[in-house]
Design a protein around this ligand. Structure first.
Ligand SMILES: [Zn+2]
Length: 283
């Protein structure tokens, strides 16, 4: 699943491409299960609501993409497992997983632009809401702090406030917004913290270290345009390159770079955790 660095890469790609442009056409190419329209729009369709509006700004909150449009509405996109925005030539034949296509009118001397939302697993969502309703929605109103904005002291306080397994906490979007399995496993590996350790039992020193590693890894991955282990790519269709830096995630059985022993993959909660049972001790 795309996590903070991958979503940030998509946001930057879209921002450079379509900010200031006007939506000239929206075409739904597949059944509309991926689309949610606020009841505030009455019977107007997704296409009709967006057509003619100008892109004001594109931002990220956690793993959510927020495309603000003229007329005080927002197109809120979540990529979930395999959602992608792709800038393509209009002549490229439709793929069966292209769910929606967008055309953006020319901007000065540039020609029009064509972007498709493609989603193989179809868990991704495109939602449209008036701005005044947006932050009341589940999935946005309950988001925790941004991992690149929270200070080290705030992070320690957050972890010590309520004791729970650190891996589960890092994946919980209401605890911290933007991490998923990749960056949770990697930052715990770097910090030598066992994924089952209880947050309340981890020392302040270790948590400061973890905070530093989370920010370091996220920044490094954004610079590498994210991690491509499955279908993820940027808006330009190019994969990220952070997968070559991974030390624990998806490397079960391979030797740990620190101790040489085999890395473990274990189901913790409902998710797989990748870690070194020798360097990351449970107690
Ligand atoms: Zn090790």
């Amino acid at each position: 699943m795309p996590e903070l660095p991958e979503v940030e890469t998509v946001v930057r790609g879209l921002r450079n491409l379509i900010t200031g442009r006007t939506v000239s056409r929206v075409t739904q190419c597949a059944p509309p299960s991926s689309i949610v329209v606020s009841p505030a729009f009455g019977r107007r369709t997704f296409e009709a609501i967006l057509r003619g509006r100008t892109i004001r700004s594109i931002t990220r909150r956690g793993k959510n993409i927020l495309i603000a449009l003229s007329g005080d509405i927002t197109l809120w996109a979540h990529l979930k497992m395999t959602g992608r925005f792709l800038h393509l030539d209009q002549s490229v034949p439709l793929d069966k997983h292209d769910l929606v296509s967008f055309d953006f009118a020319s901007n000065g001397s540039d020609s029009s632009l064509h972007v498709r939302f493609n989603d193989y697993r179809r868990f991704g969502r495109l939602r449209v809401y008036p701005d005044h309703e947006l932050w009341q929605q589940d999935g946005l109103r309950d988001l925790g702090p941004e991992p690149l904005e929270i200070t080290a002291e705030e992070f320690v306080e957050l972890c010590h406030r309520r004791s729970r397994q650190i891996k589960a906490a890092l994946l919980d979007q209401s605890f911290l917004a933007g991490l998923g399995n990749i960056y949770a496993d990697e930052s715990l590996y770097y910090s030598r913290i066992h994924p089952k350790r209880l947050t309340g039992s981890i020392s302040r020193k270790k948590l400061l270290e973890l905070h530093g590693h989370i920010q370091y890894l996220l920044r490094l991955s954004i610079d590498s345009m994210g991690t491509s282990v499955n279908t993820y790519s940027g808006v330009n269709g190019k994969p990220g390159s952070f997968q070559s830096y991974l030390k624990a995630y998806n490397r079960e059985g391979e030797p740990c770079e620190r101790c040489g022993k085999g890395l473990t993959r274990e189901k913790i909660g409902s998710r797989s955790a990748h870690y070194c049972r020798h360097c990351q001790r449970e107690r």
